[in-house]
Write a protein that binds this ligand. Sequence first.
Ligand code: BG6
Length: 494
Amino acid sequence: MTTQPFKVSIALFGATGDLSRRKLLPSIFHLFQEGSLKDDFALIAVGRRDITDDDFREVARKAISENDKLETLEGLELFLEHVHYVKLSITESDTYSSLKDKFEDIEGTLDTGGNRLFYLAMPPQYFTDITDNLRISGITETEGSKKLIIEKPFGKDYDSAYKLNEEISKSFKEHEIYRIDHYLGKEMVQNIEVIRFSNSLFEPLWNNHYVSNVQITSSESLGVLDRAEYYERSGAVRDMFQNHMLQVVSLLGMEPPVSLNSNDIREEKIKVLKSLRKVEEQDIRKYFVRGQYDEGVADGEYVRSYREEENVSENSNTPTFIAARLFIDNFRWAGVPFYVRTGKRMKNKETKIVVEFREVPMNLYYQNESDDLLAKNLLVIRIQPNESITLHLNVKDYAGEQDTKEIKMSYSVDPTDLSRTVDAYENLIYDCLSGDATNFTHYEELMNAWSFVDPVNAVWESELASFPNYRSGSNGPVKSSLLLSKDGFKWWDV
Ligand code: BG6
């Protein structure tokens, strides 16, 4: 990573929350371990509880020690010396003076250059209170840089996202706002561009002449866990599809950017989002399938249905699954369906992309109707787990009775390489500290994504679905397969 450690004070709002404990604290600690953060760095945990620095350090020590991706805990005690705790009440601007004093104390002793990063790992209803109060209390006035990292969801539709942005913009400019989409921090998601733009092999084929369809699956075996209150309002469309899935679609579909500069990449991604075919209300069924999990067996254990989960309404109309058939209406992709599915309580936890290529113009090998067909050429990019890239090809079948057989050429990421970063969040925090916004969601991307999904939500929220409609531990509703089969395709289980 860096040779020059970053000089910065990071204020972490929501420091005792689940995200901070599982991902953020271990990621920040790992940045410290490998030298990106060093002497002139402080972490200020912000919370409403009346606890001391030492109490919070104990929370951090525990969270970091429990992280199984960290190879060693070397440097932990030194790291904790850079950690402080400040109590304040999010909604009361007067209480922010304690945070202001803390920044000033730190800046009096460490050479942070006055650089301040505010990380909001908080429920969205607090976003504007925090940014307003940071401004009102004068904390955003600093000689160094100021940056805001903000977790999703950013609004619940186009209008609310617009309003939220207006509010936040009173305190931070667009180039200071880093909207997290943690999928963009995943190594294999970042690899999509590298695979496409550093090999002469794929780009000439990456279009409607050679690709028959593209499939993106992000399935989870877990249910809603203890997040029902949030999930009931969000559902699979806002939780996964509007952000993570559409980001992956835009990386797969974009034109080569003129440079790797974040503005150039973003410009191309936005064009993809703009080219997504808008679906009229009466056609929603032809393009989208929704689902909600019933009871079943997931990860070898009996699990209850979504409607029986705690804090879920017994008539809940919230989708825990969405499958979509998308079209990018431009010259490159006209006519090529991009199928996307994501859901909870499915058969397994995996995220993968399958690019299916068209058949050869004429099959020389199997000419009788009863014969097998040539295997389809597939490019499989496995994002998680077991990151890998696999190409499915036909070769001569020396031993068998067939003329050809299918083989798989594969590259798997060495899991020990991944120990470089403990989590996608580490990549993203590093990028933000370096001022690189490429892997964050720009306002325009966000708004295009909302304007695409809003009509779907509007229809689904006004029409009751016959839920539940898929068993826990399955591949989702049967209708999700019909979405492909009517085009002559199937979900690849590879
Ligand atoms: C989050 C969603 O953004 O992504 C969660 O809010 C989901 O509901 C999670 O479980 C999935 O992320 P990952 O990295 O485990 O695929």
